[in-house]
Ligand binder design. Structure first.
Ligand code: ZN
Length: 692
């Protein structure tokens, strides 16, 4: 069998990185605090780009960083003020930087930077400061009142009192995104996507009135707006646009996008940048759809980017997009793998275990590529995805296709930073399974991401007249489950060997084992004891794993359980007795979840979520946490970005751009706040002075 990705297979077998470009001396580890590890990532093939492409990357990274304040403000109405205050304290502090209070303060600030606000990026719970209120008040008092980040008309006393409550009172703004369907999820979420006093029922009524059930090409309602009450108590949108909400940041984004347009690779790329700028100017969601179509259809450009209000996980109702940006370019070496997958998209659609009525007759334009991230920003920074599939609009995906990418250099950095961390020895049941994972987990993990993004999300269709939002608060988790199941089902398919993507029919077992282990046990490391699972991807993983565990009882070969939890030396292990039967279970659940989505069967979807995805066995949970605590593996990781420096000629023109990694985490965060903070009046290198 011909291997189309020999470096991947060789690399993992040797326990080294998969990418031929990897520099073994590159230092991935940057910082470690709370439940977080910060890494840096390499940007392979940056040298391969032309100077013009590198200049375009530079302009796009500027546009990316200029949006940072937007996500901070979306995440909470006091976040920007708190960030300014904390940074001022951090820089002003004259006392002992090794004192317990200062250390705790520094940890809190690092957490706030990582969360783009005072809530955890993943659990969305508010951070608990471990420094004293007295310490905080003392430090605020030590700052000259003219340097305090006061709001219009606010006194230092009022600001201090307000922010002390917000930071120290656990009951105030406790959770950024509350998904508990038994409560008013809008009123009880602390994010800043809805104004004071707005309720879930009001928002739903507001948008339902706007929606036309017969509209075949609906806009993404609410995607770029904060919903508030006007003076008469009526709801209205505050639209994110040049002359609307976040105008000063959007103006900077437009400025740099326009520069990028001047060095764009081709007319198609120029056209979508123009359209995106138009959208930022007007805030018109029809224009956003036009942009999305142009963007999805441009599969030729090498350098590419996302910049806008995209994913809606930050909104309890799943409508408003969190601002994010990815700047990237093709990883030429690995793109051939996803091109092979996507060029066979119709075969995968036709042969899936899903009911024929729910399949697409023509899977359109499932483009797929492997990219290297050059910059992560907004909601994609410091914590980031390893794969993206956009646009999100259902009808655009159906009619014009979507772009699917696997972010190889990020996946690789995760992999490189994980070697020798003791995870396998602690959690994997036996040596052969561990060996299989050492040999094949990297490639099957990458493939799982490829299949999830290029085929999973793009597959299937709604029955006519079914509302895309019919699954409501369970929509995200069920959609992720659908994409994961599609990927899992096909990972074990001989088609992948036939296509030359895998060289061993057993390889898929590495990913199956990891998936079940993660879904049943190890992902619980991210949850505090006593809490339920809330985040959509985590719900999806537990749903899939627990459903397979429970529905595979006595269904394996010889009447054994397909999967079981066994005890060895007092510890719980996942044991898979019949991998082929597990594949069939994945197929069965895929068919059911596709039915739920295609028919908009809210009740069946909600039953699945409530039965399998939410609750945790507290005994097992405690065991997982205990075993992890001995390993000291951070549950969450994220990245700082490299620094891009323009090379300028005597006429002041940029002729090329260089890349470097000179900063640690604190240095990068402070620089971003002083140079890329349009909503607090700071842009450019000379900024950052006390204004009054
Ligand atoms: Zn997904």
């Amino acid at each position: 069998m011909k291997k189309i990705i020999p470096t991947l297979i060789l690399g993992t077998m040797a326990g080294l990185s998969a990418n031929a470009y990897v520099d073994k001396n590159f230092n991935y580890h940057v910082d470690r605090f709370a439940d977080i590890e910060v890494l840096r990532y390499e940007v392979p093939e940056f040298d391969r780009l032309t100077p013009q492409q590198r200049t375009m990357v530079y302009y796009l990274t500027q546009a990316a960083q200029m949006g940072r304040d937007i996500i901070w403000d979306q995440n909470g109405r006091y976040n920007l003020q708190i960030r300014q205050l904390l940074e001022k304290i951090y820089q002003n502090y004259k006392g002992d930087r090794n004192s317990a209070d200062f250390k705790a303060f520094e940890k809190y600030l690092k957490q706030v930077w990582f969360g783009n606000g005072i809530h955890h990026h993943y659990s969305t719970d508010k951070f608990k400061p471990e420094f004293s209120k007295e310490f905080f008040l003392e430090q605020v008092a030590a700052i000259s009142p003219c340097c305090l980040p006061l709001e219009e008309g606010e006194t230092p006393e009022a600001m201090t009192e307000k922010l002390t409550e917000v930071i120290f009172n656990p009951a105030v703004m406790a959770k950024r995104v509350n998904q508990d369907g038994t409560q008013d999820v809008v009123a009880t979420s602390a994010g800043n996507l809805y104004g004071e006093g707005v309720t879930q029922a009001e928002v739903e009524a507001f948008y339902n009135k706007m929606k036309d059930p017969n509209d075949a090409t609906p806009i993404s309602y609410g995607l770029n707006a904060r919903v508030v009450k006007d003076e008469n108590g009526q709801l209205k949108e505050q639209v994110y646009s040049l002359n609307g909400l976040y105008g000063p940041a959007i103006a900077q984004i437009i400025y740099w996008l326009d520069k990028a347009k001047s060095v764009a690779e081709n007319d198609a790329q120029k056209a979508y940048i123009t359209s995106l700028i138009d959208f930022y100017i007007t805030g018109d969601l029809r224009t956003f759809d036009e942009y999305s179509i142009l963007w999805a259809e441009d599969t030729k450009s090498d350098v590419d980017f996302v910049n806008g209000f995209i994913e809606s996980y930050g909104d309890p109702l799943g409508m408003t997009g969190s601002w994010e940006s990815y700047v990237n370019f093709k990883n030429a070496k690995s793109s051939s793998r996803t091109e092979t997958i996507s060029s066979n998209a119709q075969w995968f659609e036709d042969n899936s275990p899903v009911d024929k009525r729910f399949k697409k007759e023509n899977v359109k334009g499932v483009s797929a590529k492997v990219i290297n991230a050059a910059m992560l920003a907004g909601d994609a920074f410091p914590s980031t995805a390893i794969g993206i599939n956009l646009p999100n609009s259902n009808w655009i995906r159906a009619a014009h296709g979507s772009k699917s990418v696997t972010i190889e250099n990020i996946t690789e950095a995760y992999d490189m930073a994980s070697h020798g961390n003791g995870f396998n020895a602690e959690f994997v049941i036996d040596e052969p399974t561990s060996k299989l994972m050492d040999d094949y987990l990297y490639i099957t993990d990458m493939l799982h991401t490829d299949l999830h993004e290029c085929l999973g999300h793009a597959s299937g269709q709604l029955l006519p007249g079914v509302d895309g939002d019919a699954l409501k608060e369970n929509g995200s988790a069920l959609e992720e489950a659908r994409a994961d199941l599609f990927a899992l089902y096909y990972l074990a398919d001989p088609k992948l060997l036939e296509l030359g993507i895998l060289d061993n029919p057993e390889a898929y077992k590495a990913e199956y084992y990891k998936y079940m282990l993660n879904g049943l046990m190890t992902q619980l490391n991210r949850i505090e004891l006593g809490n339920d699972i809330e985040e959509a991807h985590m719900r999806n993983r537990q749903l899939v794993a627990k459903w397979a565990l429970q529905n595979g009882k006595k269904k394996g070969k010889g009447g054994k359980d397909v999967v079981e939890l066994v005890k060895k030396g007092g510890k719980t292990y996942v044991k898979i007795n019949d991998y082929a039967a597990l594949r069939n279970l994945f197929g069965t659940l895929l068919a059911e979840i596709q039915r739920v989505k295609s028919e908009g069967d809210y009740k069946a979807g909600n039953d699945l979520i409530q039965k399998y995805a939410v609750k945790i066995d507290p005994k097992l949970h405690k065991e997982v946490l205990d075993r992890f605590s001995k390993l000291d593996i951070p549950p969450y990781r994220g990245f700082i970005n490299p620094v891009y420096t323009p090379v300028v000629n005597e006429n002041g023109e940029i002729t090329d751009v260089t890349i470097s990694w000179p900063e640690n985490y604190v240095e990068q965060m402070l620089r971003l706040s002083s140079e890329y903070s349009p909503l607090t009046g700071k842009t450019g290198k000379s900024a950052g002075q006390c204004k009054r």
